[in-house]
Design a protein around this ligand. Structure first.
Ligand code: DHE
Length: 548
């Protein structure tokens, strides 16, 4: 026998592996093709973000049929209807899904998840359009808008962004985009605004045009959340990068045209178990200020990739073992350190972007940290800190970020205290502001999801939990119809006002409420029939310069 043949009998070949036959299995709920397709659509729009396309779980619990069948239809139906304090939205009682839709979803998750098709270079090229070529674009700013103080506001369900003047509150443009734009990011120069829809459609908007509009667009997959541009000196406006949930990959594109240049799959092994994961989704991406690198956070495998963009042909990547379920995060106030929540692990991983290495992993003592980009401020006792709130409880966690001046506190949890309630998504302050704002949009109580907690930074101590004021933002908006949620504080360019989205259902009135940061008094309610489901707001200067 040759050595190869000797090994044969013990090898299991693919052909021999027992697989279940596709098609209906015993106990499958009855569903028509139409029902299945409707449920599939709802699942991708509402559920896949947390639970994953293949339903292997991340921010939300895994929902593979072995698990859902154990739980059973009644349990699933109740869970979808009422939600949970740990962060599952109350889809039924909030009116976002009808009783029939809840029933449909409870039946749908009992079935095997269908895997969507791949999306590579041919598909990207097919979808790529340069609407105004670089040579046909203005050579100077053609409008009299103060573009440095524009707010790019996601109009989630209408698939648009509104560009609102940060000083006059005038809506300068409403631009069609992909569905449910997740974030807006600026080119290093501040001229181009990039947005990415949940459906992975990227729009590149030229703010210099007489009326700012899309100059290039592309689809980078079927499900996505992140976009960023190269910011390192000498590489300004050169590249854009988009990360997708499905297929799990990132793509580096030309920064002037969105031409796709390089696609890198993130499928691979989980950092600690070293087992293969078929769906390691790309969560947040930021651009390093210290190196020509993108910082790409891969959720399910728990890896932070520092992707050097100086030579795309010979791509160098530092792969940092961090923690599973990396989600959102931001820089410390010096922009040297990047802090990212491994949300379903209750931890924050911290990378030194100058030295390209992990400096710490901090447990936040709360359930599901969810910082957005976080909030940086100078604590009277602990010195410079970065803060996150939590999706699963009412706590706020502070992490020391000053290894030089406050070495004892650096990369440690220095304090936790209570805000309004669970279901918080975002936290915000501004350099020089004395206020820390914490929202709670996913809290099932309308009073809580409709308000915001504000802490006085100067009066924080090491011993007592700081008190907070409650701003009744929904009440101030004057909207009485529906159960709008107050989401994502964002400062104007000067740091004098903070804007909140009053996010109502698609067919109901929404608004943006502007609060004076000094007095905490209502300054303005922005209402307009075009403001449908506003969610994220991104001030051009704050986003361009990572001020938060
Ligand atoms: Fe987000 C940031 C993913 C639900 C509004 N959200 C992010 C980021 C990720 C992410 C990876 C960081 C991007 C970056 O910085 O590059 N979000 C997800 C999800 O997977 C999740 C949990 C479920 C889903 O189905 O999408 C989810 N997010 C939501 C919402 O329900 C929100 C409130 C409205 C919406 O669009 O669906 C929402 N996410 C936002 C906003 C940011 C964000 C406004 C940017 C915050 C910031 O200040 O930077």
């Amino acid at each position: 026998d040759t050595p190869a043949a000797a090994y044969e009998p013990s090898m299991t070949t693919l052909a021999e592996i027992q697989v279940e036959l596709p098609g209906r299995k015993p106990g499958d709920p009855v569903m028509t093709a139409d029902e299945f397709n409707t449920a599939k659509k709802i699942y991708f729009q509402r559920c896949a973000g947390c639970h994953g396309v293949l339903r292997k779980g991340a921010t939300g619990k895994p929902l593979t049929p072995d698990i859902t069948r154990e739980l059973g239809y009644d349990h699933l139906n109740a869970f979808i209807t009422y939600g949970s304090p740990a962060g599952m939205p109350n889809w039924g009682t909030s009116g976002e899904l009808s009783e029939e839709q809840v029933d449909l979803m409870a039946r749908y998750v009992l079935l095997e998840p269908p895997a969507p098709p791949e999306f590579g270079m041919p598909e990207m090229k097919d979808s790529w359009k340069v609407i105004v070529a670089p040579e046909d674009r203005p050579t100077q700013k053609m409008n009299d808008i103060d573009i440095t103080n524009l707010m790019s506001v996601t109009l989630r369900d209408s698939g648009q962004v509104a560009l609102i003047d940060g000083a006059t509150y005038e809506i300068h443009a409403v631009i069609d985009t992909g569905y449910a734009v997740h974030i807006s990011r600026l080119s290093a120069s501040g001229r181009y605004l990039f947005v990415i829809g949940r459906d992975a459609k990227v729009n590149m908007i030229d703010l210099w045009m007489e009326k700012p509009d899309t100059v290039a667009e592309i689809k980078v997959g079927s499900e996505a959340r992140s976009i960023e541009t190269s910011k390192f000196e000498g590489w300004e406006d050169k590249y854009a990068i988009a990360g997708s949930y499905w297929p799990p990959q990132y793509v580096i594109m030309d920064g002037e045209t969105l031409e796709p240049l390089k696609i890198v799959s993130t499928r691979g092994n989980v950092y600690d178990e070293q087992t293969y994961h078929p769906e390691p989704r790309v969560a947040s991406i930021v651009a390093s200020h210290y190196n020509p690198e993108f910082i790409v956070n891969v959720k399910e495998t728990g890896k932070i990739l520092l992707v050097d963009y100086t030579d795309l042909k010979n791509l160098k990547t530092v792969e940092i073992e961090a923690e599973r379920f990396l989600h959102d995060g931001g820089f410390d106030s010096t922009h040297r350190y990047f802090l990212v929540a491994a949300n379903a692990r209750g931890k924050v991983a911290i990378v030194d972007t100058k030295e390209d290495k992990l400096v710490g992993i901090v447990e936040t003592d709360g359930q599901t940290p969810h910082p957005g980009r976080g909030a940086n401020f100078n604590h009277p006792v602990f010195g410079p800190v970065w803060a996150t709130s939590h999706l699963g409880d009412e706590t706020v966690a502070l992490i020391g970020t000053d290894p030089e001046g406050h070495a004892d506190n650096a990369w440690k949890l220095v304090d936790t205290f209570y805000a309004l309630g669970g279901g918080s998504l975002f936290i915000k302050t501004y350099p020089g502001s004395n206020h820390l704002y914490v929202d709670a949009p996913l809290n099932p109580e309308a009073d809580i999801s409709g308000s915001v907690a504000v802490f006085n930074i100067d009066s924080m101590t090491a011993d007592a939990d700081p008190e907070f004021k409650v701003l009744p933002i929904v009440e101030w908006s004057g909207i009485t119809d529906g159960q709008p949620r107050v989401v994502q504080p964002e400062f104007n360019k000067e740091g004098t006002e903070v804007w909140f989205s009053v996010w109502n259902a698609k067919d109901k009135e929404s608004a943006i409420v502007v609060v004076d940061d000094k007095t905490l008094e209502l300054k303005q309610v922005i209402k307009d029939p075009r403001l449908i489901t506003p969610t994220g707001k991104f001030n051009v200067t704050n986003t361009q310069k990572d001020i938060y």
